[in-house]
Design a protein around this ligand. Structure first.
Ligand code: FAD
Ligand code: MLT
Ligand code: ZN
Length: 486
């Protein structure tokens, strides 16, 4: 994607020179922590979707908070712009440079600091990979209160920086609730820490909240203290086929009422997303009785398997009797639980089957949620742009899936290449549609570079002004992740 029409390099930022490299070498004291080789740097310059590509010549991998502090202090004095990078799984072009901003990767700051097995409080470095955090917690009988498909690569710090939502927000709530404290380095090198914060603390402003979801624009998160729940003893997963979006909503209402406290996820997927996933995985759909317009994945988790089994079976029986569910399967063992989740978690990758994907991550009132997929599909068809089998068309398919239990739709437009023509058909049409329904243009992925010019669809002028005031207060030289949403 070319940025020339969107943004120009801001000449207030200095260009990297040899003495800067020497200064960073002396801060890091280890040649492996400083990457300048073009091939190695290329990996950090490109995002997961291969949609955005930066031009940095330097990646720094500090091993301590003090090193992060010294790096930022130096960059601030020299007017060198920086981009914090976690696992680089972000989906809005926030984690890569636009021009020559220096990448500060948290990958080497990845230790567990402490775990309190009475309170469930985990304290860790920001660069700890989410899956590693959860595997550690599993051994202690606890669970990380966030799970998502990118868990094998994304960092806990990156999750906090994006306020990731994921597959179990329905049960465990948002990171704004479960994160107890943070350690973060401000652009001038100041180290802010609330790592010892307690569950309850009403002594003034809750400063950590500013960093949760700030997408690397205020400072670099180096440590996270998070409250982790007990790991449920029993998990069940069911995959259901239904024949209308109306039925999806009714099953959701029923699931909350009848599964109640054991309901831990309620995901939906449209038939088109399933077709792409089947093709991508080269596998038959887990429900073999035919193609249905919608599928639902329900997870229950609790403390007593027999109790949960009984509740889930009674719920499904009733839903089938009522004609809401056409077919369904329940995982019979741990492997099948994993397989059904893997099927759901493969959709993002399947959406890149044609080579690229335009992603829209949206909050909408439940009744309107799927209307956006229909509206986008209709518009792409009217323009003659979409065909799943005709390689001469730029668009493969527009699919819908997501965390319907949280009112969060993922509209993914799978494309054969990124093009202005397709983008202009989709944007700002989609953002206008969302605004007309009083939705949010980002439920969980953030704004990053993709939605740089669209924040006004979800925030008022006053809100934007207050955000800019904060940005200028904490980062007066604007070195943190420039050219992005703020
Ligand atoms: P990065 O991609 O490296 O960075 C993301 C942003 O945070 C950037 O702006 C970056 O500058 C900033 N940042 C990163 N680390 C720090 C830090 N230590 N300090 C300050 N700023 C920092 N998201 C969801 O919410 N729910 C999902 O279900 C979900 N599923 C996904 C599935 C797949 C397959 C993929 C590829 C992504 C998915 N995502 C999902 C996107 C999600 O935002 C990321 O996976 C994750 O939260 C980002 O973490 P990361 O470490 O990769 O951050
Ligand atoms: C997911 O829920 O799988 C991701 O957030 C969606 C995406 O990749 O667009
Ligand atoms: Zn998601």
């Amino acid at each position: 994607e070319s940025y020339a029409d969107k943004v120009k390099r801001d000449e207030r930022y200095s260009k990297l020179n040899d003495s800067d490299i020497e200064a960073f070498k002396s801060i890091l004291q280890d040649s492996h922590s400083l990457i300048t080789n073009e091939d190695d740097v290329a990996f950090f310059n490109e995002d997961w979707m291969r949609k955005y590509r930066g031009q940095t010549k330097l990646v720094l991998k500090p091993k301590t908070t003090e090193q992060v502090s010294e790096i930022l202090r130096y960059c601030n004095e020299r007017n060198l712009a920086v981009v914090p990078q976690g696992g680089n799984t972000g989906l809005v072009g926030g984690s890569i440079p636009i021009f020559d901003e220096i990448i500060i990767s948290l990958g080497s700051l990845n230790k567990i600091r402490s775990f309190d097995s009475v309170s469930g409080v985990l304290k860790c470095d920001a660069g700890l990979i989410l899956q590693n955090a959860d595997e550690f917690l599993k051994e202690q009988g606890y669970i990380f209160p966030l799970d998502l498909g990118a868990k094998g690569s994304c960092h806990v710090g990156g999750n906090v920086a994006t306020n990731a939502g994921g597959l179990r927000l329905l049960r465990y709530g948002s990171l704004h609730g479960s994160v107890l404290g943070l350690e973060a380095v401000l652009p001038d090198g100041t180290i802010y820490s609330s790592m010892d914060a307690l569950r309850k603390d009403n002594t003034g402003y809750d400063l950590k909240q500013l960093f949760i979801g700030s997408e690397g624009t205020l400072g670099i998160i180096t440590g996270v203290s998070i409250l982790c729940p007990s790991r449920p003893q029993a998990f069940n997963v069911a995959l259901l086929a239904v024949s209308s979006y109306e039925a999806v909503q009714k099953v959701f209402v029923g699931a909350r009422r009848e599964l109640s406290e054991i309901l831990s996820a309620f995901e939906f997927m449209d038939g088109k997303s399933q077709l792409l996933t089947s093709r991508h995985l080269k596998a038959d759909h887990p429900i073999e009785s035919g193609e249905y317009p919608f599928y639902i994945l329900i997870e229950t988790s609790g403390s007593n398997k027999d109790h949960d089994d009984e509740k889930l079976e009674a719920f499904l029986e009733k839903a089938m009797e009522d004609g809401l569910v056409d077919d369904g399967i329940i995982a019979q063992d741990e492997t099948q639980v994993q397989n059904l989740w893997a099927w759901r978690e493969s959709i993002p990758e399947a959406s890149t089957i044609g080579g690229g994907v335009y992603k829209y991550d949206v909050s909408l009132p439940l009744a309107d949620l799927y209307g956006l997929v229909e509206a986008a599909s209709e518009r792409l068809s009217q323009e003659g742009l979409v065909d799943i089998d005709d390689a001469s068309k730029p668009v493969v398919e527009a699919i819908g899936y997501g965390h319907v239990g949280d009112g969060n739709l993922h509209l993914n437009v799978a494309v054969r290449e990124y093009s202005k023509r397709v983008e202009n058909v989709l944007e700002p049409f989609i953002y206008e549609w969302i605004q007309s329904k009083k939705g949010s243009i980002s439920a969980e992925h953030g704004l990053g570079f993709q939605k740089k010019n669209y924040i006004g669809y979800s925030k008022t002028d006053i809100e934007i002004k207050l955000m800019k005031d904060l940005k200028e207060h904490y980062d007066p030289k604007l070195i943190m992740n420039p050219y992005k949403y703020i």
